[in-house]
Design a protein around this ligand. Structure first.
Ligand code: E4P
Length: 223
């Protein structure tokens, strides 16, 4: 399963990339609104840091506007994937992008039928929003499982990109459900490594090691 980070914060992206396991980045207009500078520069900087797919979202909601932005965003860097919301005009744009060879990440997916139509239109990625469904007492993971089954039934190659994740538990559940990709808030990526027994165990190993070194220095260790 590929790991993307879900942010436009360069410090967080660099930190995640330094871990050596980062495959890509997703951004959205809310992420961009927290950064300073021009949109193209922000996206270009991320693309320079991370060679994998970097999602850059359109903000137009009509077909012509979406296509103009899609072509523009795709031209910012070779690894840009154009993010398009799954609305009626968006569906047309996804198909047109597929015909033009522009990769797409279809966003704001909350139902199996939206995911099915996106795949039929030739989406590269579908982004079901797990956390936002959980937030309104629906089961986000159930959506992932249903989409996985539909795509497998018919051999759709659209990759399932688990989005709106809130916790390391979501990551495990996405992996079990067969997600192709997860996009993580930077803090969730950090939390995936954390375990109190790892910290306690390491402290004990190092304490024992220091005690042994001290004994050896005193000549109390038998060869
Ligand atoms: C996906 O690409 C979205 O940017 C993102 O995962 C939304 O997450 P949120 O529900 O935490 O805003």
């Amino acid at each position: 399963m590929k790991i993307f980070v879900d942010t436009a914060d360069m410090d967080a992206i660099r930190e995640a990339n330094a871990m050596g396991i980062l495959d890509g980045v997703t951004t959205n207009p809310s992420h961009i609104s927290k950064e300073s500078g021009a949109f193209d520069d922000i996206i270009r900087q991320i693309c320079d840091e991370v060679p994998g797919p970097v999602s850059a979202e359109v903000v137009a909601t009509d077909f012509d506007g979406m296509m103009a932005e899609a072509r523009h965003n795709a031209g910012i860097a070779d690894n840009v994937v154009v993010k398009i919301p799954i609305i009626p005009e968006g569906l047309k744009a996804i198909k047109a992008c597929a015909d033009e060879g522009i990769k797409t990440n279809v966003t704001l997916c909350f139902s199996p039928n939206q995911a099915y139509l996106a795949a039929k239109a030739g989406a590269t990625y579908i982004s079901p929003f797990i956390g936002r469904l959980d937030d309104i007492a629906h089961d986000g993971m159930d959506l992932i499982q249903t989409i996985r089954q539909i795509y497998d039934n018919y051999g759709y190659e659209t990759e399932i990109l688990g989005a709106s994740l809130r916790s390391p538990k979501h990551v495990v559940e996405c992996a079990l459900a067969g997600c192709d990709v997860v996009t993580l808030p930077p803090d969730v990526l950090q939390k995936m490594l954390a375990h109190p027994l790892t910290d306690i165990g390491l402290e004990r190993f190092l304490t024992d090691w220091k005690a042994w070194e001290a004994k050896q220095a005193d000549g109390k260790v038998l060869a």
